[in-house]
Design a protein around this ligand. Structure first.
Ligand code: GDP
Length: 478
């Protein structure tokens, strides 16, 4: 190949086959340009329909974004309390809520909803979003301005709020005549939501929501699978994602770029400990037991999984030294966990005993923060860096129920082996299984047939929306 086509090939790779837009200041977000040097190119091409939809969205966001004429006009309606004539731009405001893994998944969900309903996504910066993530769209901002009028109410929004959609339905405050359309509504899609809140996933309700200029959304769930069950979105979704199990993979790579601070954490760690390996194995350990651990049954489960699935070589417990018959491979194990106990056991295992293959195993863990500290800046930077480092693995093992692991698998384009959630402190049998797709699981989906107005198993309606491996009542795209 000549230099020219080599360069364009490299550039194409850098822009992830057209997924990423040009037009950013490179130094303001190094990860956007450098990521392709560290990850394998995706084996899933984004559809050209998705790419053109993203380019159109970027235009709309630029036209409607913070402090534009249209933004200010729509803001007037918000301030006045009721919607007037239909506005040029409509918005979905994502409210910062829950752990970082959850937040990454819900931003992607809200963005897909924005694409489907021609809304502009604005991200409430909370206390750390702008520190963790780059701007997602060129020549504008996706962060909600600090002087946004009802910002102080975000933390108090809940199921009982008067502006809550489900609550308004209950009190019969909404009907379809245009005069009564409010300027904004609060959508409560948190795991504890009730039957009325869940009507969000019905076509009839979507046709009413369409008219509301401002939607404020609080959620801790990856609700994308249920969007695929709304008939009016069906056609558009199949054009955007002909390969259904790639939604978060593409949207996550498109939206979530680590800030320069976080990129520094990722790069220094990767280059110092992981770069030289022949194979990288990520093990994400998240327990939902009381106490931080380490727990013996969890350690036993992990080792049972890696042995059974041949993800890590066995050790020779009696051997002192094995002269390898071939050049030994260097494999690195990246462990992430709030506790350092598992790491110490695995590291000692491979230091104190030779592997039967003669391969060398280096074991690393970037941090052990003991417990979740969602409000703290450096804590969240580390969490984001670790999710990202896991996504650079060749082989991945994740924990049931954890959005932290879902983010890593989706960004990495990896189908991990998932460790089942242990019951009664015993090792599940089998300890783990390979997942069906790299999509995250929607933990709290509705089970409702909007047309028949009865309960229904939403995991049995279409072949591409199934129950999850780790949560029997959850839904995921495959
Ligand atoms: P989930 O609770 O596992 O679904 O994941 P979230 O990311 O939403 O919330 C868990 C939070 O706990 C993370 O955001 C971190 O703040 C912290 N955390 C959990 N596991 C780890 C870990 O392995 N490393 C680090 N640095 N933080 C973790």
């Amino acid at each position: 190949a000549n230099g020219f086509s080599q360069n364009t090939g490299k550039l194409r790779e850098q822009m992830q086959n057209g997924l990423l837009a040009p037009g950013f200041d490179e130094t303001s977000c190094l990860s956007r340009y450098q990521a392709s040097a560290y990850r394998k190119p995706s084996s899933h091409e984004p559809s050209s329909y998705l790419i053109s939809k993203l380019r159109r969205y970027e235009e709309v966001h630029k036209r409607c974004g913070p402090n534009t004429k249209f933004y200010n006009e729509t803001l007037e309606q918000l301030k006045s309390g009721h919607s007037g004539s239909p506005t040029e731009c409509k918005y979905i405001v994502w409210i910062s809520f829950s752990g970082l893994g959850n937040r990454i998944l819900t931003i992607a969900s809200a963005f897909l909803y924005a694409l489907l309903t021609n809304r502009v996504l604005l991200v409430d910066p909370g206390n750390d979003m702008a520190d963790l993530f780059c701007e997602a769209f060129p020549e504008t901002s996706w962060f909600l301005p600090l002087d946004f009028p009802i910002k102080d109410q975000f933390k108090d929004f809940n199921q009982k709020s008067t502006e809550c959609y489900g609550n308004m339905l209950k009190s019969n405050l909404l009907n379809t005549s245009t005069e009564s359309i409010p300027a904004y509504l609060y959508l409560h899609l948190v795991h504890d939501y009730d039957d009325q809140d869940k009507l969000f996933f019905c076509d009839q309700d979507q046709s009413l929501l369409k008219k509301v200029p401002w939607l404020m959304m609080k959620t801790d769930n990856y609700f994308v699978p249920s969007l695929f069950l709304i008939p009016s979105f069906e056609q558009e979704l199949s054009k955007l994602f002909p390969e259904k199990g790639t939604v978060f993979h593409h949207l996550g790579r498109y939206l979530m770029h680590p800030s320069n601070h976080v990129w520094g954490l990722i790069m220094r760690y990767y280059q110092a400990y992981l770069a030289k390996a022949d194979e990288r194995i990520g093990i994400q350990i998240r327990t939902f037991e009381s106490g931080t651990g380490p727990f013996k049954h969890v350690m036993d489960q992990i080792l049972a999984c890696t042995a059974k699935e041949k993800l890590l070589p066995e050790v020779d417990m009696r051997g002192s030294y094995i002269t390898p018959s071939r050049t030994p491979k260097l494999k690195t194990v990246l462990i992430t966990s709030l506790s350092s106990g598992y790491f110490e056991i695995v590291r000692n295992l491979y230091w104190q005993h030779p592997t039967v293959t003669g391969d060398l195993i280096g074991v690393y863990q970037p941090s052990h923060e003991k417990h979740q500290q969602t409000g703290k800046q450096l804590h969240n930077r580390k969490a984001w860096a670790e999710m990202y480092l896991l996504s650079l693995s060749d082989v991945l093992v994740t924990s049931a129920w954890s959005t932290f692991g879902y983010v890593a698998q989706g960004l990495g384009g990896l189908k991990p082996w998932i460790l089942y959630k242990p019951d009664n402190q015993t090792v599940p049998d089998p300890p783990c299984r390979r997942v069906m797709s790299m999509e995250p699981c929607f933990h709290a989906p509705p089970f409702y047939d909007c047309k028949a107005k009865t309960g229904i198993d939403t995991g049995k309606l279409v072949p591409h929306v199934r129950h999850c491996e780790d949560i029997s009542w959850g839904l995921k795209l495959v």
